[in-house]
Write a protein that binds this ligand. Structure first.
Ligand code: PLP
Length: 425
């Protein structure tokens, strides 16, 4: 394909006319296609349908009746199953409710309200005129940014490179400013680009000098076993922090939202034993215990780390053709155009696409008018502000293959129209 950026304005005008005709034809079809949120397709959910079958027993391995109150930290067999899966000691795990985002919000709220291990509550700083700040690798997950906004934590964007956040920038910023108290990390198959953190990046995050003694890493390993094309290893952040004498630095989050059922799965947090003790103290004022029946259901269904891995392979088998379709279409419709570049994830839930600067909002708007709903442009940046107006997140999991191919055809026409409009301006 000829580079659009090298075409004459007469050529561009001709192309725009042709594209506009195709676009109008799409609009006339009154389509309703949604690639906005990373939701599993019904066929993915069907793989976990036996979870809804009648439970075969309510009694835990130690004889406890799971139907009754108690066991704040979660049932032992569930902590063990996910501990083995993630390489974390069960004692370092608390099974929470149905959403890891909820656990992240609570954990950050506890830090704002109570501080940690005797440090000042973070909101003390905020109300003394020094708002606490978090480093936010970008593009990133909009709901992380929303938590910070809600709690009045200022966000500092840091570029996410191919092997993790720009670690030199992270070290410099965290090393100098005592009000920078933490960083968001999605270390495997990140949302949206599918970046996987390298061992040196994990080690430097664990070992770096920070001006704040209560600096915390929010390690959201949401896609920790969600490999699609290739299994990617990840260094254990909790072990690394402990090794580098910063045992309390990281909170690890995980959930089965994209393994079993979003909103009806189980979530967990893991950390040092001291942090777990502190979290349990706060949680004990919040609840007598989470849903043990759901925890037990998950244990009865998955049984072992090996079965969980097999389940993830079945999910990957469903997702691979969808990701292939998106990547093939992007390549055939846009490769060489100079109008966009995109990620090639090995797993996770998204493809991230960068248009030419200044074209993302217009592209998403055009797509919406043609019946294709994308994630809002800007959503992948703190405060919804993408400084280059260029990043768009594509979520290929929910639509059927046919819908997806149609949606990407329309989307790429929108990218081309927005790009030509920009070049002609
Ligand atoms: N973390 C990341 C990085 C996500 O992409 C998502 C969902 O898209 C979540 C957390 C939500 O997790 P949960 O359903 O466990 O709250």
């Amino acid at each position: 394909m000829k580079k659009f950026t090298e075409a004459s304005s007469a050529e561009l005008k001709t192309m725009l006319r042709e594209l506009q005709e195709r676009y109008d034809a799409f609009c006339a079809q009154n389509l309703k296609l949604n690639m906005a949120r990373g939701k599993p397709a019904p066929s993915q959910l069907d793989l976990s349908a036996p979870l809804m079958d009648k439970m075969n027993a309510y009694t835990l391995e130690d004889g406890t009746d799971a139907r009754n109150y108690g066991i704040l930290e979660g049932i032992p067999e569930c902590r063990r199953l996910f501990g083995e899966t993630l390489g974390i000691a069960p004692e370092q795990i608390i099974i929470g409710g149905n959403s890891s985002l909820n656990v992240m919000f609570d954990t950050l709220s506890f830090l704002c309200l109570f501080g940690t291990h005797g440090s000042m509550p973070w909101h003390y700083h905020k109300y003394s005129g020094h708002p606490v700040k978090f480093l936010c690798p970008v593009p990133g997950y909009d709901r992380h940014f929303k938590i910070c906004e809600e709690l009045g934590i200022e966000m500092i964007p840091v570029p996410l490179l191919d092997d993790g956040p720009d670690i030199e920038m992270v070290k410099k910023l965290a090393g100098e400013d005592p009000y920078i108290k933490g960083i968001w990390c999605v270390p495997l198959h990140s949302n949206p680009q599918g970046v996987c953190y390298s061992d040196p990046v994990v080690e430097q995050l664990a070992s770096m000098e920070t001006a704040a003694e209560d600096f915390r890493i929010f390690w959201d390993n949401a896609y920790g076993i969600h490999h699609i094309y290739e299994e990617v290893p990840l260094k254990n952040i909790l072990d690394a922090c402990s090794h580098f004498h910063n045992p309390d630095r990281a909170y690890y989050f995980f959930s089965t939202s994209k393994i079993s059922f979003p909103g009806a799965g189980i979530a967990l947090t893991a950390s040092s034993l001291d942090n777990i003790k502190e979290l349990k103290k706060h949680m004990s004022a919040q609840t007598i215990g989470h849903d043990k029946l759901n925890q037990l259901r998950h244990v009865q269904f998955f049984k072992s780390k090996e079965n969980l891995k097999h389940h993830m392979e079945l999910l990957a088998k469903q997702l691979r053709p969808k990701f292939d379709a998106v990547l093939d279409k992007l390549e055939s419709n846009l490769e060489g155009s100079g109008l966009a570049k995109w990620s090639h994830p090995k797993g996770g839930y998204f493809v991230s696409l960068d248009t030419m600067p200044g074209c993302a909002k217009r592209t998403v708007e055009l797509a919406k008018q043609a019946g294709v709903i994308m994630t809002e442009a800007g959503a992948t940046y703190p405060y919804g502000k993408d400084p280059l107006d260029s990043n768009i997140r594509i979520a290929p999991t929910y639509p059927t293959l046919g819908e997806l191919e149609q949606a990407i055809d329309i989307f790429t026409v929108c990218i081309q129209i927005a790009g030509i409009e920009k070049l002609l301006n």
